[in-house]
Ligand binder design. Structure first.
Ligand SMILES: Nc1ncnc2c1ncn2[C@@H]1O[C@H](COP(=O)(O)OP(=O)(O)OP(=O)(O)O)[C@@H](O)[C@H]1O
Ligand SMILES: [Mg+2]
Length: 227
């Protein structure tokens, strides 16, 4: 199994109060599958993605990724997983405004020290795939929301991660750009066999995934079994 989550728990302390956000989340995903996670605001969707993406640490439970248990104490290994194997896409893009489209996209390659020739090859292929060739030298501020999100996707897939995590990637987009971003996800899944976990409020789009899960009261449930 590509990704297995067992009994994941996570709480946050807010002053005197402890908020139990995840109360025993279980999930298994086969390689190449696409799943959607839906749930009310504050239910812990982002918290869960952050744990899967090793950005945050669980209180209890295990995550097995590519057959190996993630050791949350091994910062070097975590950073390797984040850089090499997982891509992130956020609702508000998180791009570097002072850099161009091309510079934003190839940033992960620079960070791992790819050779110039490989940087160039990957860049050309990503720009073509996302239809951003004409925008390559543009700064970020003149771009539309949809274009910005495509740049963010380009950056996320630059090092060909096996897993793509997207947190409300179309939450800030018009219907046309929403469709375009989802088409890109479907293509990445089909052509590159990328495994996809998408948090979304858009049920129409969630239905295009292989499975939908509902996060509610700290537990993840299979949506189809509920309706
Ligand atoms: N670092 C933190 N410190 C304290 N509380 C936190 C922290 N991160 C999240 N929380 C709390 O945990 C709960 C779940 O938050 P989370 O952002 O995971 O929800 P969400 O399902 O992504 O919501 P939304 O749909 O609004 O994005 C919320 O009550 C939030 O306030
Ligand atoms: Mg969230």
């Amino acid at each position: 199994m590509f990704l297995v989550i067992r009994n994941l728990r996570k709480s946050f302390r807010s002053g005197e109060r402890v908020i139990e956000v995840l109360r025993g989340v279980n999930l298994s995903i086969e390689k190449g599958k696409k799943i959607a996670i839906v749930g009310p605001s504050g239910s812990g969707k982002t918290t869960l993605l952050n744990l899967i993406g090793t950005i945050d640490m669980p209180d209890e439970g295990e995550i097995y990724f590519r057959g190996e248990r993630i050791d949350f104490d091994n910062e070097e290994k975590l950073s390797e997983i984040r850089k090499r194997h997982i891509g992130f896409v956020f609702q508000f893009y998180h791009l570097m405004p002072e850099l161009t489209v091309e510079e934003n996209i190839k940033l992960p390659g620079l960070m791992v020290g790819l050779r110039e020739i490989e940087l160039k090859e990957r860049l050309e292929s990503v720009l073509r795939r996302l239809n951003l060739v004409d925008k390559r030298d543009s700064k970020i501020y003149p771009l539309s929301g949809g274009e910005r999100q495509k740049v963010a996707i380009g950056r996320a897939i630059f090092l060909s991660p096996e897993l793509l995590l997207a947190d409300e990637p179309t939450g800030n987009l018009d219907p046309e750009s929403t469709q375009e971003v989802f088409n890109i996800f479907m293509e990445l899944s089909r052509d590159q066999g990328i495994t996809l976990i998408v948090v979304t409020h858009n049920l129409e789009l969630a239905k295009k995934m292989d499975k939908i899960y509902l996060l509610k009261e700290g537990i993840l449930l299979e949506y189809e079994k509920l309706v």
